[in-house]
Design a binder for this molecule. Structure first.
Ligand code: 1QQ
Length: 407
């Protein structure tokens, strides 16, 4: 019992400290720290929540998002933030699952009192955590949630990541351009992941629409490391093209094992393989994999030139799609906050009203981003014009590689 009391007391103290530390509306002695949802809107730095996977296998994707939003925070604060008030990103690691994402969202919404959230990394996580933000009236922009149905989760949910229906078909068309003789297609997908299930549907439909033959569909789990049986089944069906919908670690391993078992045809990777973090998994055997892109470093626009330079200076390589999309998520909130503040000083708005007004403003705006000119449908779906396909080019030793954009 004593132990319980001690532990409870220390939990309460820790919670109080956390609340004080995280609450951006805490201006010091004359302002009461208030964690209820009627607290006034931000008076110092404006807190924007970042809920992406910083740990687990999903961090192979989430890491690039952290880089992108950090560049955005500096970029926009260097240019005066929101009409003179800086923004402050508040990070909560979601890890790779739903429970971690729900926790991260709840902490950002109730304790950190963020005005909005950029996150999470996976659609699988979005389907369980976004409804919490939606009910709380907190605007969310998915930086990489591409499954069908994300904006339809609710009024407060949008995305800056174009859906699989728009992106995925481009890689199949590119494969046919590289090899017009492709006829027989094998499809692999992770059956425990919402994005992979959604993307494979689009791939399978595209294969049929292009008059190709879908010869086998092989299933796996994102937690799998051994793909011998699926890879053997797939290869035995004699495909000219293999299409994989999974995440980075499993996807990279599957590519490696397909090549080790002797498959020589073209491989298309879906969005979950869209990171140079797969290079350490499939090494030289990653070479040639085609992946559709919703971002090109070569896009010529003032903001992309600056974003690309900032990324290159920090990382000595071209910015990847996930960093560009995460940057864009922060950008959209900053520009919408600016527009809002020019109409009504956001410092005077109670937080719930600010969140609601921000959500409306996000949907009303047009943004010139590293992804090009974008806007949103009334449901929060991104409207974007430019898409690309890249092919992985590995050095022969397999230690370094890059994404080469196809013309
Ligand atoms: C999704 C995705 C992921 C593979 C991106 C990280 O597109 O979960 O929707």
């Amino acid at each position: 019992m004593k132990d319980f009391v001690t532990r409870t007391a220390s939990f309460l103290i820790t919670s109080a400290l956390l609340l004080t530390a995280c609450n951006p509306t805490n201006l010091g002695p004359e302002t009461t720290t208030n964690s209820t949802s009627t607290a006034p809107g931000p008076a110092t730095a404006i807190p924007i929540g970042i809920a992406v996977a910083q740990t687990s296998n999903v961090a192979l994707l989430g890491q690039e998002q952290v880089t992108g939003v950090r560049i955005a925070e500096k970029y926009f604060n260097d240019r005066g933030g929101v009409n003179g008030t800086p923004i402050k990103l508040v990070f909560q690691d979601t890890s790779g699952d739903e429970a971690g994402t729900i926790n991260a969202f709840q902490t950002l919404i109730s304790q950190s009192q963020v005005v909005a959230i950029v996150g999470p990394t996976l659609s699988q996580q979005a389907f369980s955590a976004d409804p919490i933000a939606n009910r709380a009236g907190v605007p969310v922009l998915g930086p990489s949630n591409t499954a069908k149905g994300i904006p339809q989760i609710g009024d407060y949910i949008g995305r800056v990541s174009a859906p699989v229906s728009v992106v995925a078909p481009n890689s199949v068309k590119a494969a046919l351009k590289l090899d017009p003789k492709i006829k027989r297609v094998a499809v692999f997908f992770a059956q425990n992941d919402a994005f992979s299930k959604s993307e494979t549907e689009i791939f399978q439909q595209t294969v049929k629409d292009l008059g190709l033959e879908l010869i086998t569909v092989q299933k796996f789990q994102t937690t799998d490391t051994d793909f011998q049986s699926q890879a053997t089944n797939g290869i035995n069906a004699k495909p000219d093209l293999i299409i994989i919908s999974g995440l980075a670690a499993d996807g990279g391993n599957l590519v490696r094992q397909l090549r080790e078992l002797g498959y020589k045809g073209i491989i298309i990777g879906g969005n979950g393989l869209n990171t140079s973090n797969i290079f350490s998994v499939c090494k030289a055997l990653c070479d040639g994999v085609l992946i559709a892109q919703a971002y090109s470093p070569e896009l010529s626009s003032p903001i992309n030139t600056e974003f690309r330079k900032a990324y290159l200076d920090l990382n000595q390589k071209e910015p990847p799609q996930f960093s560009a999309q995460a940057f864009t998520g922060v950008q959209v909130f900053v520009e919408a906050l600016k527009a809002l503040d020019s109409q009504t000083k956001i410092k005077t708005m109670p937080l719930p009203q600010l969140r609601t007004a921000l959500n409306k403003q996000v949907l009303a705006g047009k943004y010139s981003t590293p992804l090009g000119e974008i806007s949103f449908t009334s449901e929060g779906e991104i409207v974007q014009k430019e898409f690309y396909v890249a092919q992985i080019k590995m050095d022969p030793d397999g230690n370094n590689g890059k994404f080469v954009f196809l013309k």
